[in-house]
Design a protein around this ligand. Structure first.
Ligand SMILES: Nc1ncnc2c1ncn2[C@@H]1O[C@H](COP(=O)(O)OP(=O)(O)OP(=O)(O)O)[C@@H](O)[C@H]1O
Ligand SMILES: [Mg+2]
Length: 237
């Protein structure tokens, strides 16, 4: 390969649970600074794909390269050290810790904390006002915002984000779209977004792909004229 290595290169990836194969030979590449959205109906294997990339599930076939390095057989804690931030679909905040502790936990550089908090505080002002509140007492949408704030604060080179807009009101989704684009502009972070919200996906992502029964069924660039209709068709049938 010439030039800079892809932030993420997934090739021929197959994985699943026990006897069940859920991800079937998927290829996805995310260039440095690129944002790619994966869409698809419920149960098609989108979250399973991200879990396999993160090493929580073994790849049965295929490869995962992060920034050019093969991490296919790495355990999750080694993958987590590759400047990658993963926000899972299921809530993954520490319910009993404060908002502030949730934000500072796992940050690679403690010295960044104040500066980064200032920045994400502009996107999600409530976080700064509630640093000492127990995170489990935040609303569902606020917990989602806390998750994405924590991911942004770690200064990752690649973010894997699983259905972050689920359950958020339109004004917050719009703020999130602006925040992710601003972050990409500022740091050049690459992103793989799993989404059901087509409008958000097309606003934020450069390219999209539809996952159906564990395979990529259709893909294109976000500025294709009929992208929204094409995706909506896949999601409705
Ligand atoms: N831990 C598990 N054990 C067994 N099967 C599982 C497990 N997790 C997911 N599955 C199955 O794998 C398939 C794909 O699930 P996955 O969560 O990857 O779908 P998804 O595309 O993320 O769907 P959604 O949009 O609803 O989040 C589903 O049939 C699901 O029931
Ligand atoms: Mg999912």
């Amino acid at each position: 390969m010439s030039g800079e290595a892809a932030a993420l290169a997934i090739s021929g990836l197959t994985s699943g649970y026990g006897e069940a194969i859920v991800v079937r030979g998927i290829n996805v590449t995310v260039a440095p600074g690129e944002i790619v959205a994966l869409l698809g109906k419920n149960g098609m294997g989108k979250s399973t794909l991200l879990k396999t990339v993160m090493g929580f599930l073994p790849a049965r076939e295929g490869k995962v390269l992060l920034h050019g390095g093969d991490v296919t057989k790495f355990p999750p804690h080694r993958i987590a050290r590759q400047a990658i931030a993963y926000t899972p679909q299921e809530q993954a905040i520490f319910q009993d810790l404060s908002v502030g502790d949730n934000l500072s936990i796992g940050q690679p550089e403690a010295k960044w904390f104040d500066e980064e908090l200032e920045r994400v505080g502009e996107v999600f002002p409530f976080l700064k006002e509630r640093l000492s509140q127990r995170a489990g007492t935040l609303s569902g949408g606020e917990q989602k915002m806390l998750l994405i704030a924590r991911a942004l604060m770690a200064r990752p080179k690649l973010m894997l984000v699983d259905e972050i807009t689920e359950g958020l009101q339109p004004s917050i989704i719009e703020r999130l779209a602006k925040a992710l684009l601003a972050e990409r502009g500022r740091t050049g972070v690459a992103m793989l977004l799993v989404e059901q919200n087509v409008r958000f996906a097309l606003e934020v992502a450069d390219r999209w792909a539809v996952v159906k029964l564990g395979e990529i069924d259709d893909e294109g660039s976000s500025d294709t004229k009929n992208a929204a209709e094409r995706i909506a068709n896949h999601l409705s049938v």
